[in-house]
Design a protein around this ligand. Structure first.
Ligand code: KIV
Length: 328
């Protein structure tokens, strides 16, 4: 609306014979707010990351960087920073939409956010999470949901939670030509049946189950698997035993790659902080302070200042005032 109003204003100004002042040069806003010129050039020169590249990284033992993004700006920043895989995780539900848990997220909500992420992304490989209830009901439902994530959500692969019991589903989705990223260990969509957000693989039974699930997922055709909240040594053994990449979150340094939730690692979310989380920023404090300053300046009348204000030549202003005074 503001842009339309500005365009209409410029047309009126032109009709009145005045030189229209551009609101801003394309790119100026970016320069004004961005302190990451180097990251921008990384994005400009980086080729598209494909599954072949991910497999190459795995073979060369180059750690794979994965980060979530839930909207256009977070996708843009992850991509500019050089992330290999951007995951539209269903953590979206809690950290960006304020739901109590991930199981309240619908497929339509996920698709809406996937499309925004895709618009912000140029190079990273895009994976979309299958929301709870969209793939467990039947193989047919799982294929239909993954087809929507690829077709409507513009993702390149899907992620789903679960172990051996998901083998048939994973096989069917990959047979439909859709790459699948598995997710084992702590699977937040099933946290109620796991007794809460608990570290997995800490007993012989649980560690054996984890390895069995990893083998099952590999056999079903996943291109990789997330391992969440598992002791480092156990995740390392699983990583050494299988031949597809493991992406750890709270699973130590022995995995083939790492994933974090962007809004967690930037300090935008403080409802709880898991042990594995490293906060690289404290956005809640920093951004709230910035907004508080803005509110203070508006109240004090010190914003906008002269440098944020458009001007008009004195002679033109006199003509404008006269014309406006004549309008009753
Ligand atoms: O939903 C999510 O963001 C995830 C990652 C934490 C792996 O599943």
């Amino acid at each position: 609306m503001a842009l339309l109003r500005a365009a209409a204003g410029r047309m009126r100004a032109r009709a009145l014979g005045a030189a229209a002042e551009p609101m801003f040069e394309l790119g100026d806003r970016c320069r004004q707010y961005s302190s990451y010129p180097a990251a921008e050039s990384t994005a400009a020169t980086r080729p598209k990351v494909t599954l072949t590249d991910i497999r190459k990284m795995y073979r060369k033992k180059e750690p794979i960087s994965v980060l979530t993004a839930h909207d256009y700006p977070s996708a843009l920043m992850a991509d500019r920073a050089g992330v290999d895989i951007t995951l539209v995780g269903d953590s979206l539900a809690m950290v960006a939409l304020g739901y109590e848990d991930t199981n309240q997220l619908s497929l339509d909500e996920m698709l809406y956010h996937c499309r925004a992420v895709q618009r912000g992304n140029k190079s990273a490989f895009l994976v979309g999470d299958m929301p709870f209830g969209t793939y467990e009901t039947s193989v047919r439902d799982a294929i239909a949901s993954s087809v929507r994530l690829i077709g409507e959500g513009r993702m390149e692969a899907v992620k789903l939670e679960g172990g051996r019991e998901m083998s048939e589903t994973i096989r069917a989705i990959t047979r439909a030509g859709i790459p699948v990223l598995g997710h084992i260990g702590l699977t937040p969509q099933r946290q109620a049946s796991l007794g809460g957000f608990r570290v997995q693989g800490k007993t012989v039974k649980s560690a054996t189950e984890l390895l069995d699930n990893a083998y099952a997922l590999q056999d079903a055709g996943v291109f990789g698997m997330v391992i969440e909240a598992v002791p480092e040594e156990v995740a390392r053994i699983v990583t050494e035993r299988i031949s597809v990449p493991t992406i750890g979150i709270g699973a130590g340094a022995g995995c083939s790659g790492q994933v974090l939730v962007q809004l967690d690692m930037l300090g935008n979310f403080d409802r709880f902080t898991p042990k594995f989380l490293k906060k690289y920023e404290n956005n809640l404090e920093r951004i709230t302070a910035g907004i508080r300053t803005y509110v203070g300046e508006v109240k004090a009348g010190t914003f906008p200042a002269a440098e944020h204000t458009y001007t008009v030549a004195e002679t033109q202003l006199a003509a404008i005032k006269q014309a406006l005074a004549e309008i009753k």
